[in-house]
Design a protein around this ligand. Structure first.
Ligand SMILES: Cc1cc2nc3c(=O)[nH]c(=O)nc-3n(C[C@H](O)[C@H](O)[C@H](O)COP(=O)(O)OP(=O)(O)OC[C@H]3O[C@@H](n4cnc5c(N)ncnc54)[C@H](O)[C@@H]3O)c2cc1C
Length: 453
């Protein structure tokens, strides 16, 4: 097998399966023993196609891998797959700033994509938190969101075309630079969010928009979850097109207080952050209105950040929250449930109740405007009894989420860790349709088998 793969990509680009860099993702799903058969690093879309073709002909399962920042174990080889790393496909293929579009390799890092756009007065709005390591291909495969998905939508909203290798090794284009195209079934949308189970994305055409001239963030601290969420509703009620509407609860604030870029009250309670963007005049008009909405629910402390340095520092801190919380207990078992907006308070309170029932500490934060909660049960990942309790807590949380009419994942995906929950989340006929789609694309079930469906 190694010889067959080396003949395609070259001797140096087939690594041993035990290579620790590829053994887990950000969920810290640890490889026990040597789970990957090999890691192969193709250098072009044609090489990806040849690798898929070779593996398909030899019945060898594959796991596509981007930056490995996923939180669902989707990019981890759990059953002796060949890991197909996209690290070497990391170039901008073409960039047309005046046409607001860019054509990139799938392995380009999210940060580089955003920087290239920004340096030319444009913006690629999706902003998942691990942008330094995550790749646009991984963002597409998980349909990643982020704080600004509230106003601008998740990654899929910005994709007009994909270059994909489909089993048994066909390099195809689904869409392209056309901003509109309804000629075919929208297979592009099927691949977006498919977590590497239908094919391997090798390139993408993306839409960009002119960067907003100005932005500001209003921060407000509340004594309770309920008052904080009433404030979120008030902000929505202003009708202003808020760019991001985030929250962090008391336990999260306690753990991350040390790195917060500014003063935090002694009893921080519940934090709501609303970002506004647009022309300078629009932002100047919106800030007092949103600030007043936030003030009206008895906030203990309200601040407005206007300087770009302060806003950047806030988002840097926010990006680091997950890592800081993880480090606090030597790990966390987390879910990113999404509930209808009127169910947010119930869902957040349920996380506390469930964690108490299973004798675990917990904290939550999330994209309040989208109803997307990052629920974290804090565990020492080396403590098997704690991890087992957290799994029971997760199962309870997913059952509660279903009862609230929510989704078991709003942005991180199903991957390996949540695979057993999708079947009960979907209606039987809908799950059957998923399986039919999976086997239509991948009749031998070799493309990231066991993940998602
Ligand atoms: C600190 C932190 C903050 C985060 N914040 C957010 C957030 O705000 N919003 C959010 O949505 N996510 C967030 N995430 C999760 C993660 O960053 C995203 O899911 C990201 O899109 C994964 O990209 P990746 O390149 O690292 O993919 P990987 O982890 O490598 O892979 C993820 C999945 O995509 C598949 N895949 C990867 N590349 C390809 C490809 N080229 N073709 C086909 N399939 C592929 C893999 O098989 C796997 O199933 C966060 C993670 C961390 C660690």
């Amino acid at each position: 097998m190694i010889d067959g793969l080396r003949a395609i990509v070259g001797y140096d680009y087939v690594l041993g399966g035990a290579n620790s860099r590829f053994a887990s993702d950000a969920s810290r799903l640890r490889a026990r023993g040597e789970r990957a058969r090999a890691v192969v690093c193709p250098g072009s879309p044609a090489e990806v196609a040849s690798v898929v073709s070779w593996c398909y002909a030899h019945d060898i399962p594959m796991t596509p891998r981007g930056g490995g920042t996923g939180l669902a174990g989707g990019a981890v080889a759990v059953n002796g797959e060949v890991v197909v790393s996209m690290d070497r496909l990391n170039q901008v293929r073409s960039f047309d700033p005046l046409l607001w579009r860019i054509h990139v390799d799938a392995g380009l890092s999210t940060r580089t994509l955003r920087r290239v756009a920004r340096e030319n007065g444009l913006v690629f709005p999706p902003d998942p938190g691990a942008a330094d390591q995550s790749q646009i291909g991984g963002n597409i495969a998980t349909n990643a969101g982020g704080p600004h998905a509230f106003k601008y939508g998740s990654t899929g909203s910005w994709v007009t075309g994909l270059e994909v290798v489909l089993p048994p090794g066909d390099l195809v284009n689904l869409g392209g630079p056309n901003r509109k195209d309804v000629a075919s079934y929208d297979l592009k949308k099927l691949v977006i969010g498919s977590e590497g189970t239908l094919g391997i994305v090798t390139g993408a055409w993306l839409r960009l928009i002119p960067a907003p001239e100005s932005s500001a963030v209003v921060l407000a601290f509340y004594p309770s979850v309920e008052t904080g969420l009433h404030a979120v509703h008030r902000v929505l009620g202003t009708g202003e097109p808020v760019a991001a509407l985030e929250y962090l609860d008391e336990p999260t604030l306690r753990i991350t207080k040390g790195s917060f870029p500014g003063p935090m009250p002694d009893s921080p309670g519940f934090l709501v952050a609303a970002e506004l963007d647009g022309s300078s005049a629009e932002v100047a008009r919106m800030v007092p209105e949103v600030r007043q909405a936030l003030d009206e629910e008895g906030a203990s402390h309200v601040t407005t950040l206007q300087a770009q340095s302060g806003i950047s520092a806030l988002w840097r801190w926010r990006d680091g929250v997950s890592g800081t919380v993880s480090a606090h207990h030597n790990g966390k078992v987390s879910a990113d449930i999404c509930v209808p907006l009127d169910m947010l308070a119930a869902a957040i309170n349920q996380v506390s109740e469930i964690s108490a029932r299973h004798h675990l500490a917990a904290c939550t934060w999330g994209h309040a405007g989208d109803g997307n909660i990052h629920a974290n049960f804090l565990v020492d990942l080396d403590d098997t009894s704690m991890v087992a309790r957290s799994e029971l807590a997760l199962a309870d949380l997913f059952a509660v989420t279903r009862g609230l009419g929510g989704s078991i994942t709003g942005e991180h995906g199903i991957g390996w860790l949540k695979r057993k929950y999708l079947v009960s989340h979907l209606e039987p006929a809908v799950y059957a349709a998923h399986l039919a789609i999976k086997y239509a694309f991948d009749p031998k079930n070799l493309m990231n088998p066991g993940k998602k469906v």
